[in-house]
Design a protein around this ligand. Structure first.
Ligand SMILES: *Cc1c(COP(=O)(O)O)cnc(C)c1O
Length: 426
């Protein structure tokens, strides 16, 4: 496999950019080796600067549910760009994207657009604190909500793979306001509410954990969070940055039938451009400036290009059969991987919700962060590189989700499974 151009670029990048990358997991530290530099993508495929072609299961970490360079996204961005890239004034597209989000996720009675999932989650916490007057927040070990200070506590993938439980530079005083419970463990949440009665503003959760690898919510887990928060004057925040418009058009809250007070979105709603959103009940959102006392702003918030891409993505997802197709392709991949691992006598457990899945290199069930940590990350690293050599681009870490898009075909899956059979036999 030719890698000379990528190697050259990576060495130049390392001199100028920390680790040579603008987001840590891209550096391949967790699996070893050097990342290919990507030149272009089309549909389910990407090409690196050395001309190698891959079937892509990272899909930009979730946003590209239509695949790469989807014609409707490219056209929408081109049209918007020709009319001006930013105004810092309201535009029609923002109203349309807010309306589409509200119609899909009715609990988001009002929506504020921001530029990243990090910004959405960070602001959702500020809003929960402003609304309740309480200061502590509960998150789950292994759940990631972006890199805002108070949320970088036991924050999953990046931290899990890099062995950094908390980031340097987060004041202890902030971290103390963040209480950590165990995913799928209701008593761990109840204990925090007993110990810190009257002090907790919110529980924030990935309704399907994606950033420790995919771990679905246990039966009744989300409903229990709803009951506990409501009973303690605390808000329930669903961080649906991955799951929103991914596990279904209405997100995880529609799939599991549990309604949060505040929802965070990102990834899919930007169609591959930088967008995030937070929203919730009207009386909560009325605390946001200029209606209320909680400040939040953004020079590029509701950016016309990003909004145009987001609208195009959501409209494409409204086509009949979309989520059935995503589910069918995801199921085909999951079943094939399970079978390939069995044939190769490799202990593996595939967790999947719709088009997001993780093959953990350990016996199942994988239902908690403790279970996740039993996975053999070294074995994953070897598998990862064998797959890369065979033209399959997986997440460069055991503790991430793989994503299939509407552009992935049954032939792509067959080709992937053939590679997996060979790679697992090693
Ligand atoms: C990706 C992600 C974020 C952060 O979004 P960015 O756009 O990377 O800032 C927040 N929460 C979850 C659940 C995510 O997966």
């Amino acid at each position: 496999m030719e890698t000379s151009r990528s190697r050259k670029l990576f060495s130049q990048a390392q001199a100028l950019i920390p680790g040579g990358v603008n987001s840590p997991v891209r550096s391949f530290r967790a699996v070893g080796g050097q990342p290919p530099f990507i030149q272009k993508g089309k549909g389910s495929r990407i090409w690196d600067v050395d001309g190698n072609q891959y079937i892509d299961y990272v899909c930009s970490w979730g946003p590209l549910i239509l695949g790469h360079a989807a014609p409707e996204i490219v056209a929408a961005v081109q049209q918007a760009a020709a009319l001006g890239t930013s105004f810092g004034a309201p535009t029609e597209g923002e109203v349309e994207l807010a309306r589409l989000i509200h119609e899909a996720v009715p609990s988001m009675e009002m929506v504020r657009l921001v530029s990243s999932g990090t910004e959405a989650a960070m602001t959702a916490l500020r809003l929960a604190r402003a609304y309740t007057g309480h200061s502590k927040v509960v998150k789950f070990a292994g759940c990631y909500h972006g890199h805002a200070d108070g949320l970088l506590v036991q924050a999953g993938s990046g931290a899990a793979t890099h062995g950094i439980p908390d980031s340097a530079g987060v004041p202890a005083a902030y971290a103390q306001e963040t209480l950590v419970a165990q995913y799928n463990d209701v008593p761990s949440v109840e204990r925090l509410f007993e110990t810190y009665a009257g002090q907790i503003a919110c529980v924030i959760v990935e309704p399907v954990a994606g950033n420790m690898g995919v771990v679905p919510p246990a039966q009744g887990f989300l409903a229990a969070l709803r009951r506990i928060t409501s009973g303690n004057n605390a808000l329930l925040i669903f961080d649906e940055v991955i799951t929103g418009f991914r596990v279904g058009y209405g997100g995880a809250q529609a799939l599991y039938g549990v309604t949060p007070d505040i929802t965070c979105l990102g990834k899919v709603i930007g169609g591959g451009l930088p967008v995030g959103a937070y929203g919730g009940r009207r009386n909560i959102m009325e605390v946001v400036a200029p209606l209320g006392p909680m400040y939040q702003a953004g020079t590029l918030s509701g950016n016309p290009l990003a909004v145009a891409a987001g609208i195009a993505a959501l409209k494409a997802l409204q086509q009949p059969g979309t989520y059935q197709k995503l589910d069918r392709i995801g199921a085909l991949l999951a079943a094939g991987l399970t079978e390939a691992a069995q044939e190769a006598n490799v202990p593996a457990t595939v967790n999947r919700v719709g088009s997001m899945l993780t093959a953990f290199f350990c016996p199942g069930p994988v239902a908690s962060y403790a279970d996740v940590q039993r996975a053999d990350a070294r074995a994953y690293g070897r598998y990862f590189h064998s797959m890369l050599e065979r033209g399959i681009y997986l997440a460069p870490s055991q503790f991430e989700a793989a994503f299939v898009s509407l552009a992935h075909t049954e032939e792509d899956i067959q080709q992937t499974l053939k590679a997996a059979q060979e790679a697992l036999k090693g």
